[in-house]
Design a protein around this ligand. Sequence first.
Ligand SMILES: [Cu+2]
Length: 65
Amino acid sequence: MHQLVLSVPNISCGRCVEAIQEEVGLVAGVHAVTVDLATRTVRVDGDADRAAVVAAIAEAGHQVA
Ligand SMILES: [Cu+2]
């Protein structure tokens, strides 16, 4: 089991959190997605490809720092 922690500085509200959780949750190999609004980080547990997770976050309208 791998874990990715990505910094996403423009997360600003609960809707951002929901959008990212939804998109990243669709990525193959993702077991859990935790979006922390306070620290503006996205933690992904599972065996997902980093590039695929970054693309999903972009799909939700956000950029990984
Ligand atoms: Cu928002």
